[in-house]
Design a protein around this ligand. Structure first.
Ligand SMILES: [Zn+2]
Length: 85
């Protein structure tokens, strides 16, 4: 005789199922971590072209040798200011 289907939450979960579920979750976590890494790199590349400026038009970069954007906090690569007139 066939057993009626019982939803997962109504029957005890076996250790085997827990381990299988854990393996699934770990695979998901790993996949998301890889994805997250990719997104962070994309974010950094996007901000590479930071052109934040103060209201008066000056670059929002602050500091000497190491310029840091006052708005997004990104470390800016040294730029030749003459390019901007
Ligand atoms: Zn910025």
């Amino acid at each position: 005789m066939l057993r009626p289907y019982m939803p997962a939450e109504e029957r005890p979960v076996t250790q085997e199922e827990r381990l299988a579920r854990r393996a699934e979750l770990r695979a998901d976590i790993h996949r998301l971590e890889v994805e997250l890494e990719g997104l962070r790199e994309a974010e950094l590349r996007l901000l590479d072209g930071c052109e934040h400026a103060y209201a008066d038009g000056r670059s929002a970069g602050a500091g000497g040798q190491m310029r840091i954007c006052a708005i997004c906090g990104r470390v800016l690569k040294h730029r030749d200011e003459k390019l901007w007139g």
